[in-house]
Design a protein around this ligand. Structure first.
Ligand code: NAD
Length: 445
């Protein structure tokens, strides 16, 4: 199929590269000419395992990047919208979605054949039918369901494993209100044999994405609330508590061969300094605002956000157990991205932790395996110098704070014992065994 994708960010580029790998002819559109140039040279503008390889396989063959949205719509039979949908502090910001809807509508004016416009961005229930569809009709002068169609196909990939997730998804949700658009969506995913598919209307597809993210965020804040109570009670470690919870048959179902398997949901039931990223915080906030607007407030999700907002403060509290004042205390931050295996720092808990430590005039340095270039968009070098190696980060500091669960941080106990045995280690993710440290603090301990 000939596919155009508007927005070549984390979702748009991964979708484009993977659909090209599956045999479609893909045009990736972005308004950022530098991004487009890089992609056309076979270089990924973002860090995602496996993405460079499939870009190189397909670029200028089945995959081309362009800034020309108009031509891309004319040259394709289906357009996926994958632009950003940030939270503006009060509600979802649909500026980018509206802008591209109007541009797509203008291009549709000149199209002879039926064209499907599919929203892949995460948008609050009702957006595809209530915002995108009318804009397309207005700007194209055509009638939805007759000359073009709209649909919604939420994306569930996880940054850090985006290519693997897209190539082998747990589910494919197809939302459309007309048969032709549903047919085009089915053709788009025809090569994804054996993956559970759910066909529904656009509004339900939109809601499925929010319900899924809100469920994950709730597990995290629940675990953190339990962790904070463990800290307050004393004599109980949340890591042992959660080990016991993870043994539940609901989280360790029996496989076909009779063995027990750990449900991946368990990884959301662990204590830490909170969730971040480009999705969970903004999506939960947008859903709460949408609920209020619909006359159905969501007190449970409001509490999930409140717990999460306070959680970076736990790291500061643990440091303060050891230093009367944090002024001039030398602290190394390990991990800046919001999760391992990505360079994405959007809403990373590292940001409030660093801001709070800077406000208290601590002397900071940081180390992250891949997010170094992203951190400079937020903190200048004089505020947050970056170490080249883990060893360099761990030397000459009074305390170390682990914020991101990068696998290579498993080496920290041995390196710290060698280069800086007196440093206090604060485990913001309860990633490492406390018995491997001389001076250990952890959330929920
Ligand atoms: P992103 O910011 O990485 O990418 C958006 C891209 O759209 C940018 O490259 C931007 O330049 C481009 N863009 C904006 N306006 C444009 C225009 N008028 N014309 C052409 N290009 C334009 O965002 P993302 O992380 O890929 O997220 C996109 C959507 O997918 C959001 O709604 C997000 O909630 C959702 N989503 C994200 C993830 C994730 O893990 N990042 C997962 C599932 C769903």
């Amino acid at each position: 199929m000939k596919v155009s994708i508007i927005g070549a960010g984390y979702v748009g580029l991964v979708t484009g590269a993977c659909l090209a790998e599956r045999g479609h002819q893909v045009l990736c559109v972005d308004k950022d000419p530098q991004k487009v140039d890089k992609i056309n040279k076979g270089v990924s503008p973002i860090y995602e395992e496996g993405l460079d390889e499939i870009l190189k396989n397909n670029i200028n063959k089945t995959l081309v990047a362009t800034t020309d949205l108009h031509q891309a719509v004319l040259d394709s039979e289906i357009t996926l919208v994958a632009v950003g949908t940030p939270f503006d502090g009060k509600k979802i910001d649909l500026t980018q979605v509206k802008e591209v809807s109007a541009q797509i509508g203008n291009a549709l004016k000149k199209k002879g054949n039926y064209h499907a416009v599919i929203v892949k961005s995460t948008v609050v229930p009702g957006t595809t039918d209530g915002v995108v569809l009318p804009l397309l009709e207005e700007t194209s002068g055509k009638k939805a369901g007759l000359e073009f169609g709209v649909g919604m196909n939420p994306e569930f990939l996880t940054e850090g494993q985006a290519v693997a997730d897209f190539m082998n998804p747990d589910r494919i949700v197809l939302g459309a209100n007309d048969e032709k658009s549903m047919l085009l969506l089915e053709q788009l995913y025809a090569a994804f044999d054996g993956i559970p598919q759910l066909k529904t209307n656009s509004k339900t597809a939109e809601m499925i994405k929010y319900a899924s993210n809100a469920m994950l965020a709730t597990q995290i804040s629940f675990s953190n609330e339990i962790a904070n109570l463990c800290s307050a009670l004393g004599g109980v470690d949340v890591v042992d508590v959660m080990k016991g919870v993870h043994l539940s048959c609901y989280l360790r179902p029996t496989a076909m061969d009779g063995s027990r398997v750990q449900a991946p949901l368990s990884s959301f039931l662990e204590a830490g300094c909170g969730f971040g990223g480009s999705c969970l915080p903004k999506d939960v906030n947008a859903l709460i605002a949408h609920g209020v607007k619909a006359g159905s407030p969501m007190p449970l999700l409001s509490a999930v956000i409140k717990t999460n907002r306070n959680q970076p403060g736990e790291v500061i509290r643990l440091l303060e157990k050891h230093f009367a004042s944090l002024k001039d205390v030398r602290i190394a931050i390990l991990g800046l991205s919001f999760k391992p295996d990505t360079d994405d720092m959007r809403e990373s808990p590292a940001i409030p932790i660093i801001n709070e430590l800077l406000a208290r005039k601590a002397r900071l340095k940081a180390y992250d395996p891949v997010a170094s270039h992203e951190v400079r968009k937020i903190f200048p070098a004089h505020q947050l110098p970056l170490s080249e190696t883990l060893e360099e980060a761990l030397a000459d500091v009074d305390a170390v704070v682990l914020v991101t669960r990068w696998a290579q941080f498993d080496e920290v106990p041995e390196i710290l014992a060698r280069v800086n045995p007196r440093a206090i280690f604060v485990d913001g993710r309860r990633m490492l065994d406390k018995r491997r440290f001389a001076h250990y603090e952890g959330i929920g301990l």
